[in-house]
Design a protein around this ligand. Structure first.
Ligand code: 5AD
Length: 374
């Protein structure tokens, strides 16, 4: 008689002080709903213990969709001719920041396509300086503006930004090579170096990955989590991969005539993303984790589910409405509402029902940063 298969006891893995790769793979793949919910419950408990029953806001400003890069997955890649390119003016950026400040958001996040030209670097420096001045340093500023030199990172920090999110996209160098062109401006090692430089400059530093990329294995995802722990990140921003039809990866997926294994169905990609968030929370404890917009694209209640799986940051989109349709990194991105406050209020009601509050007026810095640098 064959021996029965060994039953995975999620409980016994969750009780461990430190997970190894095998533990993570088990928890990323365990099928039973009961076991899965143990992971989410533990993650949410960990969030409450180490980050409180609070969700912090970052008003999101998508500063420019002009990009020097040509990533195979991204809708605003340089070679996509269907994008109507824009760059906000300093006045528009400052106006949005002041809007967020007046509504007590506590922090903003400035995101952009990757550019390294001087007008771009100056625009960001000047905008940060103006925002700091006009809010008497009251508003926290996160940047997500790609790979830059240490010198540029320092300039923006000196101007008054203090957090920076740069996704490694995948910690697997092999997969990284498959989803980026093979040239000087898309190098895995340069991205790593940029992350190092962010820490060196003194930022609260965040990274993250896309989840459910074609060709990505659960081993890769387990390694992504180990990478975040090894790199000792302060913040995590990650979400599901969502194909964009005007990209090489999106087209290949549609036609299916590809060597790349086909895409996981949306519900599975969502589930995997939720597990990644939960495991990141359990492993990294006192960091900030974003409930990303991409989560909301795959599930109408995605952001709330992300929070209940350990996320503690929400980024309402404040990009001027005329431009939001042009910042489509992936298909199906929700349009911005006339008033971003509507999304905040909606979330606030949901949060209240589980005893969570919104951290109005707070920067909401991750405790991890202060421990790491003390
Ligand atoms: N699906 C999901 N996320 C994407 N990003 C870019 N393209 C996609 C896509 N098709 C993410 C990348 C990048 C961030 C700005 O958006 O992780 O770092």
């Amino acid at each position: 008689m064959m021996a029965p298969p060994i039953k995975i006891r999620t409980d016994s893995i969750l009780a461990k002080p430190r997970f190894d790769r095998e533990d993570l793979v088990q928890m990323l793949t365990v099928k039973e709903d009961r076991e899965k919910h143990r992971i989410f419950r533990k993650a949410y408990e960990t969030k409450k213990t180490f980050a409180g029953n609070v969700v912090y806001l970052r008003g999101l400003i998508e500063l420019s969709n002009i990009c020097r890069k040509d990533c195979y997955y991204c809708g605003i890649r340089r070679s996509n001719p269907h994008v109507n390119r824009y760059t906000l003016t300093r006045e528009e950026i400052v106006e949005k920041a002041l809007w967020a400040w007046r509504r007590n958001f506590g922090s903003i996040a400035i995101q952009s396509g990757e550019r390294t030209d001087k007008p771009f670097i100056d625009l960001i420096t000047d905008s940060i300086t103006a925002i700091r001045k006009e809010t008497s340093n009251a508003l926290g500023i996160t940047l997500s503006c790609g790979e830059q030199t240490l010198d540029t990172y320092r300039r923006w920090l000196d101007a008054g930004a203090h957090r920076y999110l740069l996704r490694i996209e995948t910690s697997s160098e092999e997969l990284f090579r498959k989803i980026h062109p093979d040239n000087e401006i898309h190098r895995y090692n340069d991205r790593l170096l940029a992350l190092e430089n962010l820490k060196k400059a003194g930022y609260q530093t965040g990274t993250g990955v896309m989840i459910g990329l074609p060709g990505q294995t659960t081993d890769d995802l387990a390694n992504d989590l180990l990478f975040m722990r090894y790199f000792d990140v302060d913040m995590v921003g990650m979400g599901p991969y969502i194909p964009h039809p005007d990209t090489p990866l999106g087209i290949e997926m549609e036609s299916q005539k590809t060597e790349i294994p086909s895409l996981l169905p949306p519900a599975e990609r969502f589930d995997l993303s939720l597990r990644m968030i939960a495991l990141a929370r359990i492993m990294l404890k006192d960091v900030n984790i974003v409930a990303s917009t991409a989560m909301q694209v795959l599930d109408p209640d995605g952001r709330m589910k992300a929070i209940l799986a350990g996320a503690n940051v929400f980024m309402p989109n404040m990009t001027p409405k005329i431009y939001t349709g042009d910042y489509n990194l992936y298909q199906g991105k929700p349009m911005v509402m006339d008033d971003p406050m509507v999304a905040v209020k909606e979330l606030e009601i949901r949060l209240k029902s589980v005893g969570e509050i919104i951290g109005y007026g707070k920067w909401g810095d991750p405790k991890h940063y202060f421990k790491r640098t003390q």
